[in-house]
Design a protein. Sequence first.
Lengths: 117, 116
Amino acid sequence: GAVVSQHPSRVICKSGTSVKIECRSLDFQATTMFWYRQFPKKSLMLMATSNEGSKATYEQGVEKDKFLINHASLTLSTLTVTSAHPEDSSFYICSATTTGHSGNTIYFGEGSWLTVV
Amino acid sequence: AQTVTQSQPEMSVQEAETVTLSCTYDTSESDYYLFWYKQPPSRQMILVIRQEAYKQQNATENRFSVNFQKAAKSFSLKISDSQLGDAAMYFCAYRSVVFGNEKLTFGTGTRLTIIP
């Protein structure tokens, strides 16, 4: 069964509103979570890395004020797309792992389709 | 920064035949992990196989095996006895062992089609 759950799987929101996507580790403590964005027929682009209890580290070119990431507990990270616009429509995937041992498996969520109308 | 290159945007193979997907990478690190992930139409990322750079032996998982050439920085995936369920996007990925830099860096992917 899935060890990382992402919710919602699909969401449609109006332009200008904010939408939150949750990523939960179900049976392990995820000290690190990663958020990716995937455009159609493209690869996964890392947006940010979040460590529990600290601020997320954003990749170059990713607007931290637009894509708010919170990792308040060892089992939950959230991505909030603020003031969403149609160009934010995409597939967003989270992944989770336990730091301190790079051999630890990285588990992926099922992904979330965001459509901004 | 590490980079991963997949030079084959699309590949096709006859069912039951063998296909090899190519991947090269660039890094200055001596120890790292390499992965192949499968992404079917559902978009779920599925780990196919992984290789530790310090291991000389090529990883194998049932019908999937890799050819890891560390000096050449090459990491190809061989799928034997291809099945219809193997049709998917395949991504090669690199992961550093440096603490705090354990993100996955993906290649651009190869779309594999299985011909019945």
